[in-house]
Design a protein around this ligand. Structure first.
Ligand SMILES: [Cu+2]
Length: 262
């Protein structure tokens, strides 16, 4: 019954548009920081490119054979050589510091409000809500006809999307049942490998309600293109309603299979 709730008809967010060149709009603090870091990096890279391009043009114009028939025989310039070692090292350190800061921020989740386990299978993801009486269900790609009918994008819409509350810290644990998968939602700034025999961990805190999509981001077999990730971010009230209905709907999909996966 919850599947008929109005939020399931919400407009799709964070789905790539034709000719899109930028990053998807950020829906979490992590993605906001990733976008900001990306933009800062772009400034540095552009400045370096312009400097190298200007130097190259100068050499081509001023020191070509016609304009400079007698080349200089200079072999060493200690100051210049020190400069072209020290300046690039300084630039790399300038990039590395915020990069490690961001990696640490991504890795260390605040106290989670909801913990979800995503297990990759050949053909579907299994989502388990750890603290919700063993609530667990499978999430597979919609057929082309079903996607059209539900207004979902082809190969990104899932039959049973993951549902999470807005503005809450969601901890995601990933693992693979057989091969390596990767659970990725670009608008959340999340891409985490799901490896058999291992639990990986990340987090996100979606700040806008809506529908978010991602692909399995690791080549996992013939069904690689048919393993979408769809996340509905809903209000706290809708989440409670959905939880109650989902426990009923997926009862019997039970936790016994979680045990079987480990
Ligand atoms: Cu895959």
């Amino acid at each position: 019954m919850a599947l008929g709730l109005p939020f399931f008809a919400g407009a799709a967010l964070a789905q790539a548009q034709n000719w899109q060149t930028g990053l998807p709009p950020a829906a979490t603090p992590v993605m906001e920081r990733i976008a900001q870091f990306h933009n800062e990096l772009l400034l540095i890279v552009t400045a370096v490119f312009l400097l190298v391009a200007v130097l190259l043009m100068t050499v081509i114009v001023r020191f070509n054979h016609r304009r400079n028939p007698e080349p200089s025989t200079t072999q060493h310039n200690a100051a210049l050589e020190a400069a072209w070692i020290i300046i690039p090292v300084a630039i790399l350190v300038l990039i590395a510091l915020p990069s490690y800061g961001l990696l640490t921020y991504e890795a260390e989740s605040p106290q989670p409000d909801v913990t979800i386990q995503a297990t990759g299978h050949q053909g579907h993801w299994t989502y388990a809500y750890s603290h919700e009486d063993g609530l667990q269900f499978d999430s597979s790609a919609l057929s082309e006809a079903a996607a059209k009918e539900r207004g979902e994008p082809r190969l990104l819409g899932a039959d049973n999307p993951l549902v999470v509350p807005v503005n809450k810290t969601v901890e995601v644990m990933t693992t693979g049942a057989d091969v390596i998968y990767s659970w990725a939602v670009p608008a959340f700034g999340v891409k985490l490998d799901a490896l058999p025999g291992r639990l990986n961990h990340t987090w996100f805190k979606a700040t806008k309600t809506g529908t978010y999509y991602g692909p399995c981001a690791e080549l996992c077999g013939a069904g690689q293109a048919f393993l979408p990730i769809e996340v509905k971010v809903v209000s706290a009230r809708d989440y409670v309603l959905w939880l109650a209905a989902a426990k009923e709907k997926y009862a019997g999909d039970g936790p016994q299979r979680v045990a079987a996966n480990f």
